[in-house]
Write a protein that binds this ligand. Structure first.
Ligand SMILES: [Zn+2]
Length: 274
């Protein structure tokens, strides 16, 4: 993720004039292989015969459209479902891979590891026939269990592709469990004080599920969200989440909204409707 950075997009500028796509940066190419990671907005990348997608966030899949025909897209099964459902990519190009399973692709051993980011997000581990190993993180959240993964415990990583917004000691985040626990306790406290409190969680199309699922479980209330997000959440195939999703905004004090709508006027409207 690159918040606050001005992105350079291929395609057309503000005047609608079409521009040549920018060249694929080196950090999206895996040396000694015909692979790229999260490189869909650079037109046809020379020498690339397999395109890896780390997760389904638009700053990573940007450039993928239903016209895609440049080569196979390797991603996790959950990401594969989203790519087909939301971007209408021809399924002939979508190649789902299981986590923690070694695949040989173009002579390279490839393993996806849980990235602890959004649903379907993976770290990608490449082992070349010359023994070199590369780890491309995509967006991820480091954790103890990740550090203990056998692939990261044994052997060296020759080159680490680190995609991180917060690589600075001034960012010291507590473990995710502590954050979720805090959010749940805060929601409970406010509801106790004012039973009509509306709890709003802002989220991109995917992400934050662990937060609102925990609130829903602790408060024993359904999760209300709009039809497009309901479709996405059901596609995860997570029974615990699916059974809590509601299409009725009156049914729950817990609403999940697009992140962009967490503004004062919009929230006032939401509060008025619920
Ligand atoms: Zn992301």
């Amino acid at each position: 993720a690159w918040p606050g950075r001005k992105r350079r997009w291929g395609g057309s500028d503000e005047n609608g004039a079409s521009r040549k796509p920018v060249a694929c940066p080196f950090y999206k190419k895996i040396p000694g292989t015909p692979f790229t990671v999260d490189a869909f907005r650079y037109g046809a990348v020379e020498g690339c015969s397999a395109y890896f997608l780390s997760h389904f966030h638009c700053d990573h899949y940007g450039g993928l459209t239903k016209k895609w025909c440049r080569g196979p897209i390797y991603c996790t099964a959950l990401t594969a479902r989203l790519v087909k459902m939301l971007l209408s990519i021809d399924s002939a190009y979508v190649c789902p891979l299981e986590l923690d399973t070694e695949y040989v692709i173009d002579g390279v051993k490839v393993t996806f590891l849980e990235a602890n980011h959004c649903p379907g997000a993976a770290l990608i581990h490449f082992r070349l026939s010359d023994g070199k190993t590369y780890l491309h993180t995509g967006d991820f959240r480091a954790s103890k269990s990740m550090q203990l993964h056998p692939l990261l415990q044994t052997g060296r990583i020759s080159l680490l592709y680190l995609d991180t917004t917060y690589c600075n000691p001034k960012y010291k985040f507590p473990p995710q469990e502590d954050v979720i626990d805090f959010v749940v306790r805060t929601a409970q406290r406010y509801l106790k004080k004012q039973p009509k409190t509306l709890i709003v969680v802002g989220a991109y199309s995917i992400g934050k599920e662990n937060v609102y699922l925990a609130i829903s479980q602790a408060l024993e209330v359904p999760i209300y969200t709009d039809a497009s997000r309901r479709r996405i959440l059901h596609s995860f195939g997570w029974p615990d989440l699916s059974k809590r999703i509601s299409s009725c905004n009156q049914s729950s004090p817990l609403h999940v909204l697009p992140l962009a709508s967490l503004q004062h006027e919009e929230l006032e409207e939401v509060l008025g409707d619920s």
